[in-house]
Every structure is written in structure tokens, then in C-alpha cells.
Design a protein around this ligand. Structure first.
Ligand SMILES: [Zn+2]
Length: 392
């Protein structure tokens, strides 16, 4: 039995110049802090402040990891409470040894009946979120039609100034995809990455995003979380919760707000193929790991997206996104990267297609051998250095 308890206080509202937050005071065995989840003043009326759903979800991985029950001083939606206690925690704690079988203690509340019925998805401009936008704005493909895009700040943006990055992504979307699709855009801002600094974002991504969504249950009736992994690769992975989204999201949903994992029906290269004929993707795709980047970026995501589009024969349509001349000049280097990194999931798909189409050049193979040899030498040096450090 867990000896210690995390308590969650009654939710309350706080307002700043441009946002309204729903907050709860956390007491983690004497360590006190506040969790804040907020949005712009325009959307503040949709914040849920009569129950602790979003805060419980935000705390769940920490509670399971640290073997602490969560005691709630306000109610939690009855279905969510049941799903978490009877399914989510028992399964996660039996599949991952880092997680313990804790309990959430709370009074069960009836479901919210007030909901504006919005259908939303998070938007980064990357391949997965762009593909969801493409699919879900076409009424023929799904019974749900997107009404809102969300830019959520809950730990995805590494380093730097959060406010600046939120503004950058918002302005980029407002000046681009929002005009082409006439979807509404809202921001969700949290301090989760600041109060739970010891959590690596990917390890808790499903919980963080769900917490953001549940804070606005009066707005969202359905919410699509775009996955980068194929559903068939489902697993319980302590370092990346999204592999288990097919299990987690239904149990983190309420009768009012249903969360779906989407996009895992097919490999990413197929999504890219479909996107290559979608006009907004040709203008606004942002696969980059950096918030701001130039069109000749060589970050891993830009690289494997360029390689995959080249392998698909579709790179030419993306001249507004990538520097095509730079790619042409350094094509062998890009192909060499695909060879060297072919065991990395998304590179692997591009590599397989390059090979199938006979696009791997002799020069690229030679460069790949050189890169691999240089990496081996560098790794050897690293081993020697860490061995030296270990001996001190
Ligand atoms: Zn990049």
C-alpha cells in the first residue's frame, strides 16, 4: 500500500492580463505547489472548475511512479474516476514495473451536460497534425468535422521562452492554415513542465495533452491526438506513453469529452504521400524540431521528411517549405543519412522506398560508409572518456 499521499485542492480561477487559468493546490507529502491550466479570456467560459479531472490526469504518472495515492478535495467525473482506478492504473502498473498500483480517492460527480460540441486537434504543422487536419476537415472521410485547432503549451517546446514560442506557433497558424481552413484557433497554457521538471515530456505526453483537453470539457466533445506511431506498434513503453494511446485515451475520456488517437492506421510515409497533394501542406508543413528554422534545415525531422518526399517523387511540390536547390546539390549526403539511420523508424520508411525505386547512388553508399566509420571512432572515444570518468 502506498504510504504517502498527494492531495489536490478545490479548483479555483486565476486571471492574468490575457489569460484565465483553472488552478489546484497540490500538496505532495509536504511539497506544495500550484498546477495551472488556462486559455485566453475569450475561451475562459469553457474552463471546468467544479471538478478535478484534468489535475488528476496530470498527476497520474507522478503518483504511479512515486507510489502515492491521489486524494481529491473536490469531485472527479464518475466515469473517469472508475476508468482510472479500475482499468488504467491496474494495467499500467502491471505492464510497467516503474509504475505502482495506486488509487485516486475522490467523490464521483455526474457528467457535465454543458458542452459546446467542438471537435478539435492539436496543431504543430508537422506531418501527423497536418494529416489529421486534412482528414478531419473533409466531411466525407469522418463523422466528425474539425472546428478548432489547439496550440498547447505543456512541455513540447524545449528550452527558451514559452510565451514567445506559443506566440510564434499561434501567429504562424493564424497567418497560414487557419486562413485556408477557417478553423478556430485557441491556446492552452500550463505550468506542468515547470512544476514536474523531473518528467520527460514524451514519457507523459498522453497524460499532459489529456489534462489540457479535460480542462476545457465544456468546449470539446471530441479531441483527436495525432500519433506518430502505427497502431500496430502498440506497446507499454515507460519512455514514451504515446505507444499506448489506443488504451490510454479511451480511459482518459469522459462521457462529455472523448479523446481519440488518430493517424496510426498507416505508416507515416503513406501520410506524407497523401499530404503531398494537399495544398496547405505544400505551404505550411513544419516537420522541424526547431520553432524557427530556415528552409535548408538539416535537423533529423527535416532530413527524413525531405528524403521521404524525394523517394515518393513529391519533393518538387514543397519548394515553399524546403530549399530544393540545396537538396539537389547535397542529394547524396541526404541519401547517405537515410542509409546510416535506416534503423530509426521514419528514416527506415524512406530508405526502404529509395531502395525499392533504385534511388540509392554509389556515392551515397560510399558517404554512408564514411559517416558510419567516423561515428564508430567517435563512439570509441566516448567510451574511453566515460571509462576514464568512471574510474575517478
Ligand atoms: Zn528542421
Amino acid at each position: 500500500m502506498p504510504a504517502e499521499i498527494i492531495s489536490l485542492g478545490i479548483p479555483y480561477i486565476e486571471q492574468t492580463d490575457n489569460r484565465v487559468y483553472v488552478c489546484s493546490d497540490v500538496n505532495d507529502n509536504g511539497n506544495e505547489y500550484v498546477i495551472r491550466i488556462g486559455t485566453s479570456i475569450e475561451y475562459a467560459k469553457y474552463l471546468v472548475d467544479d471538478r478535478l479531472d484534468s489535475f488528476v490526469v496530470a498527476l497520474l504518472p507522478k503518483a504511479m511512479r512515486e507510489n502515492r495515492d491521489i486524494r481529491c478535495l473536490a469531485p472527479v467525473s464518475g466515469d473517469l474516476l472508475y476508468q482510472i482506478n479500475e482499468y488504467l492504473i491496474p494495467v499500467c502498473s502491471s505492464k510497467m514495473e516503474e509504475y505502482h498500483p495506486v488509487r485516486v480517492e475522490a467523490e464521483a460527480a455526474g457528467n457535465l451536460t454543458e458542452c459546446a460540441g467542438a471537435a478539435a486537434t492539436g496543431y504543430s504543422g508537422g506531418v501527423d497534425s497536418m494529416h489529421t487536419v486534412m482528414n478531419m476537415t473533409d466531411a466525407g472521410k469522418s463523422p466528425f468535422k474539425l472546428t478548432h485547432l489547439v496550440i498547447a503549451n505543456c512541455g513540447a517546446y524545449e528550452g527558451g521562452n514559452d510565451e514567445e514560442k506559443l506566440r510564434f506557433f499561434t501567429e504562424k497558424a493564424l497567418g497560414g492554415i487557419v486562413n485556408d481552413t477557417s478553423l478556430d484557433l485557441l491556446q492552452i497554457d500550463t505550468n506542468l513542465h515547470k512544476v514536474h521538471k523531473d518528467e520527460i515530456y514524451l514519457s507523459v505526453i498522453s497524460y499532459r495533452l489529456s489534462a489540457c483537453v479535460l480542462a476545457l470539457q465544456k468546449l470539446f466533445s471530441v479531441y483527436f491526438i495525432s500519433t506518430t506511431y502505427e497502431f500496430a506498434k502498440f506497446s507499454f513503453d515507460i519512455s514514451d506513453s504515446a505507444y499506448a494511446d489506443l488504451f490510454l485515451l479511451p480511459y482518459l475520456s469522459t462521457k462529455t469529452t472523448k479523446l481519440y488517437s488518430t493517424g496510426g492506421q498507416k505508416p507515416r510515409i503513406e501520410k506524407l504521400m497523401e499530404l503531398s497533394d494537399y495544398a496547405p501542406a505544400r505551404k505550411y508543413l513544419h516537420p522541424c524540431i526547431y520553432t524557427k528554422r530556415s528552409t535548408d534545415c538539416r535537423c533529423i525531422k527535416c532530413c527524413f521528411t525531405k528524403v521521404a518526399l524525394y523517394a515518393l517523387g513529391k519533393l518538387d511540390g514543397f519548394g515553399e517549405i524546403f530549399d530544393l536547390e540545396e537538396f539537389e546539390k547535397n542529394k547524396d549526403w541526404y541519401i547517405a543519412q537515410a542509409i546510416v539511420n535506416r534503423n530509426i523508424i521514419h528514416y527506415g520508411e524512406g530508405y526502404a522506398l529509395l531502395k525499392e525505386k533504385g534511388l540509392i547512388t554509389g556515392k551515397a553508399e560510399q558517404m554512408a560508409r564514411m559517416i558510419s566509420a567516423a561515428q564508430k571512432v567517435a563512439d570509441k572515444h566516448k567510451d574511453v572518456i566515460s571509462g576514464m570518468n568512471g574510474g575517478q
